[in-house]
Design a protein around this ligand. Structure first.
Ligand code: T3D
Length: 262
């Protein structure tokens, strides 16, 4: 087994990033943040990558911050959590949202604390049936971070967001899907196959178009007029893409398209 906290494997247009501290449920240390940032930097500059898959090793997806790193001795200065968020969690969430390709999160087990919200920051979230989401922050006197207070009310509504955030109950994957927090919940036996099929489809899709969909759907503060302007501008850009021409030619030629991502 690798001693790296983050594994990166790029194949067939898919960059697979695995959080790899299974004995700590893939909770985040400073070193793991550093490795993840380096992996995402590599993904950003690799033109062969058309989809990013984020998952966890072992039985959990991610248990958020490694709390062993927060156990300061009596008398020691407390850790500045604002600095930790500013330096690590905030840039991570923004990077995932802004990557110009679909980011799929395969939630292979429990996702707690920042781990839950990093999953929700991804574009398409698929969870295995035995997985769960826990806004564990309230149990240690904190608020949901890593975008939790932004994502939860928008995805699930304020009433459910408040319950999840204030009670810290375990939300089973099936319920998360029923509440619209995630795209899909898949039976454990079919999970790996479903994830591979999904990322394979996305890696063969018109990548620039998918990146533009992200930009449009995440421009949530726009007025209708501003959103219509954005749609016009993105559509104009995409109209010049090779994939648009290929898509139309394939449709008219009654054949399957072969998208290059350009
Ligand atoms: O600090 C900052 O920089 C600010 C940002 C904060 C962001 C945050 O994420 S704060 C929230 C931190 N996370 C948590 O509070 C979750 C803590 N973990 C749990 O509540 C439970 O582990 C789970 C509900 C996630 C899973 O429970 P269970 O029963 O399936 O597993 P377990 O036995 O609790 O955990 C397995 C091992 O992983 C265990 O170690 P052991 O006993 O086998 O040696 C456990 O201590 C360890 N582990 C799990 N989560 C963490 C962890 N070790 C360190 N930090 C963790 N977060």
């Amino acid at each position: 087994m690798s001693d790296r906290a983050i594994l990166l494997d790029v194949r067939d247009g898919v960059a697979r990033v695995t959080l790899n501290r299974p004995d700590r449920l893939n909770s985040f240390t400073v070193a793991m943040h550093g490795e993840l940032r380096a992996a995402l930097d590599e993904v950003k500059t690799d033109a062969s990558v058309r989809v990013l898959l984020l998952t966890g090793a072992g039985r959990g997806f991610c248990a958020g911050q490694d709390l062993a790193d927060r156990a300061v001795a009596p008398g020691d200065a407390p850790v500045d959590l604002g600095q930790s968020i500013e330096t690590y969690y905030r840039p991570l969430v923004l990077t995932l949202r802004m990557l110009p390709m679909p980011v799929v999160c395969a939630v292979n087990g429990v996702a707690a604390g920042a781990g839950a919200n990093i999953a929700l920051a991804c574009d398409i979230v698929v969870a295995t049936k035995s997985a769960s989401f826990i806004q564990a922050f309230c149990k240690i006197g904190l608020i949901p971070d890593s975008g939790g207070t932004y994502f939860l009310p928008r995805l699930a509504g304020t009433a459910r967001a408040m319950g999840l955030a204030m009670l810290g109950d375990k939300l089973p994957a099936e319920q998360a899907a029923a509440w619209g927090l995630i795209w899909k919940c898949v039976d454990d036996a079919e999970f790996a196959g479903a994830v591979e099929a999904l990322v394979g489809d996305l890696a063969r899709a018109p990548t620039r178009g998918l990146a533009a969909i992200k930009r449009a759907l995440y421009a949530e503060d726009n007025t209708l007029a501003a959103q219509l302007d954005l749609e016009r501008d993105l559509q104009r850009e995409l109209g010049y893409s090779e994939d648009y021409r290929e898509g139309v030619a394939a449709f008219l030629g009654k054949r399957a398209p072969n998208f290059s991502g350009r």
